[in-house]
Ligand binder design. Structure first.
Ligand code: SAM
Length: 646
């Protein structure tokens, strides 16, 4: 039989796969078909002229090459490729854009300082005194090679020290895998790797072969190397969901259970990387710490709690860990695939080689050196989806005691809420008197600025209320002044995202307004503040967003104000909230709800009075003294809150 004429081959891709290239290979007597597929598992079929299908393979990846024998055996031509996935082309198009154009923000490209990279390599145990050539290391988002190049140095040093004389390509080819999505970055890093290997006296051909075995260009989340690794290190991309193209986000969500709620891209990176760890393997990442306490981190925390050991946590907030200022709250975590156990903890080390080398030794030592001021150990931190509590052991003991003994704020008949977000304050908010609507269609509004002094000093603002008291929006035909007011601002109001999503409700505020809240006495708490800032409001004003409020059917609010101003509340919020730059805490509803208080009926009359007076005088010391009595704090427990225990 004579070989078929390759040029006569026709390739008709059906479905959404895209054929890039068909190259006849006369020597190999085959056609090489390259096609782009992204997303779901894809079945590829070659169909013969009579229509009989012959499945050639199942593929799951980016750029695939298919070899089809050019022997005209049993009528294999023309060829048709079928792809039985519907979203794949959109996903590949999105990846392609990121790979070829994605800007620094969309790809989360932030580079790590060399001292920090060495610290992480030391912490995971990727050190030249070990036979690294027998181990496997993964860098899932290698960027410019900040982790990769030092890892290559360590690997080559370990190899050279071993005196091994065999083929370096055979010996080291499997020792490293590094993935990078961005083509140009990938090309530059590949070249840097080749030069680094050559620099160690290795021939260009071997250096190139090694680089090509080590590095791969693609999306780590879609086409991970299906292998197991002893080490995974890096700085996974930190990319908010809004910046991820919709089809790609949907695909990530489909594949990764941890891509939950508003999870950032680094979350599925951690999931995928953890699952690729060999038994006993160590993962060392520097990335945002938000997932350790917040809602979207729940499923990932649960995965870690179930199957891994959170070995080391180093808080890197406010340290110059990266090559430029970034708005992130970084932490280093070392997580191993081994039985869960205690966690070593350090905070904000100074970024110099000696400090970090010594700290790595302390964090890895069999036991924390007694009297260490830099490292400490906490027993089991991970617990299902619960936030990780990384504070000091005596503070944790106090929190645990209070949690066992007292109900939560809401169980004790207090309610936590957030003020109204309108989506267009310019249109919905104005001088209360001047707002030209029916009197029952506006409410006096209290904002963060009104409570700066610690007391309410109302500046006369008001908010439009488009809702009836029992729920739905009012009928504008019944409120001609409101209608005129809204129509005059329609462009802004109807242009809001929420209005565009539901045009028939174009004049609703983002949050529903419940006028009865204005009439209740309440405590107002602004979102970001270093200290508890809790202000009593007598029941006249409606809270603006950025203000949380607490109302209660049982507790006297003045007495509760003293409790919320005390160090005990601060400890609860500090323990459960994610911290901001400069040590600021976030007094958000979810953290306020964690606070424990006794039932009001259990508070003795004398103490009730003491709490109320402390709050009225805004004397923080007096609030602390009364709150300490309320919770029956021991001297040690008082000391755990700071100060001298008095
Ligand atoms: C934070 S940088 C880290 C770079 C490197 N680890 C370092 O410290 O130098 C993240 C890198 O991940 C790459 N990246 C983003 N999304 C990716 C993906 N889905 N798969 C692989 N790499 C990706 C970006 O292009 C960027 O270079």
């Amino acid at each position: 039989m004579s070989p078929a004429k390759p040029s006569s081959m026709t390739v008709a891709p059906a479905g959404l796969g895209r054929v890039c290239r068909v190259v006849p290979d006369l020597l190999e007597k085959c056609f090489e078909i390259s096609y782009l597929v992204k997303g779901r598992t894809v079945k590829t079929h070659v169909v013969d002229p009579s229509g009989t299908k012959s499945a050639l393979g199942t593929n799951d990846g980016l750029l695939k090459r298919l070899r089809i024998p050019s022997q005209p055996a049993k009528g294999y031509y023309p060829v048709q490729l079928r792809f039985d996935t519907s979203s794949s082309s959109k996903v590949s198009a999105a990846v392609e854009i990121l790979a070829s154009q994605g800007g620094i923000e969309a790809r989360g490209a932030i580079f790590t300082r060399a001292e920090v990279v060495d610290f992480i390599l030391d912490l995971v145990g990727y050190t030249e005194d070990r036979p690294l050539f027998l181990k496997r290391l993964l860098e899932p988002s290698c960027g410019g090679g900040d982790f990769l190049l030092p890892a290559v140095d360590r690997l080559l040093a370990a190899w050279q020290a071993s005196g091994n004389k065999g083929s370096i390509v055979d010996a080291l080819g499997g020792a490293i895998r590094a993935v990078e999505l961005h083509r140009r970055t990938f090309a530059v890093t590949r070249q840097a790797v080749i030069e680094r290997v050559e620099h160690e006296g290795i021939a260009l051909q071997s250096a190139t072969a090694l680089a090509d075995m080590w590095l791969m260009q693609g999306d780590f989340l879609l086409e991970p190397p299906e292998e197991q690794f002893d080490f995974v290190v890096g700085n996974p991309p930190y990319v908010r969901q809004e910046l991820i193209p919709a089809p790609l986000l949907a695909e990530y969500r489909r594949r990764y259970p941890t891509m939950y709620d508003r999870a950032d891209l680094y979350i599925p990176f951690i999931e995928r990387s953890l699952l690729m760890l060999a038994v006993g393997g160590n993962l060392g990442f520097i990335c945002a710490d938000r997932w350790m306490k917040n809602r979207y981190g729940g499923p990932l925390r649960s995965l870690v709690a179930e199957k891994f050991h959170l070995k080391i946590y180093v808080d890197m907030v406010d340290t110059p860990a990266f090559d430029r200022e970034v708005i992130a709250y970084p932490a280093i975590t070392i997580i191993s695939r081994e039985k869960p156990g205690a966690t070593r903890i350090a905070h904000r080390p100074s970024i110099d080689r000696i400090t970090l080398r010594d700290l790595a030794e302390e964090l890895k030592a069999t036991s924390v050196p007694s009297g260490s001021t830099t490292a400490r150990e906490l027993p089991r931190i991970t617990n299902g989806t619960e936030p990780w509590l990384l504070e000091s052991p005596d503070q944790m003991a106090l929190i645990r005691r209070l949690e066992q003994q007292y109900p939560t704020l809401e169980e004790a008949a207090c309610k936590v809420g957030i003020g109204v977000a309108t989506g267009a304050d310019k249109a919905f908010i104005g001088n209360f008197e001047a707002l030209d609507v029916e009197p029952d269609r506006k409410l006096p509004l209290v904002t963060t600025r009104d409570i700066l002094s610690g007391e309410v000093k109302w500046r006369g603002q008001g908010v439009i209320n488009p809702f009836t008291d029992d729920g739905p929006l009012v009928d504008l035909r019944k409120y001609p002044r409101l209608r005129g007011y809204l129509e005059a601002r329609k462009e802004i109001i109807a242009g809001r995202h929420c209005a565009q999503k539901a045009p028939w409700n174009w004049y609703r505020t983002i949050d529903r307004i419940t006028p009865s809240i204005a009439k209740k006495q309440k405590l107002l708490i602004p979102d970001i503040k270093g200290e508890s800032h809790v202000v009593f409001e007598a029941g006249e004003l409606y809270p603006h967003h950025n203000l949380y409020y607490v109302t209660s059917e049982a507790w006297d609010l003045r007495a509760l104000q003293a409790v919320l101003l005390s160090g005990v509340t601060r400890l609860f919020v500090a323990t459960y909230s994610t911290k901001m730059h400069g040590g600021f805490l976030r007094f958000q509803a979810q953290y306020l709800r964690r606070i424990r208080v006794p039932y009001w009926h259990d508070v003795a009359e004398g103490l009730r009075k003491e709490l109320k007076e402390a709050a009225k005088s805004r004397d923080l010391q007096a609030c602390n003294r009364a709150a300490f009595k309320l919770y029956g704090l021991s001297r040690e427990e008082r000391a755990a809150l700071g100060g001298n225990g008095e």
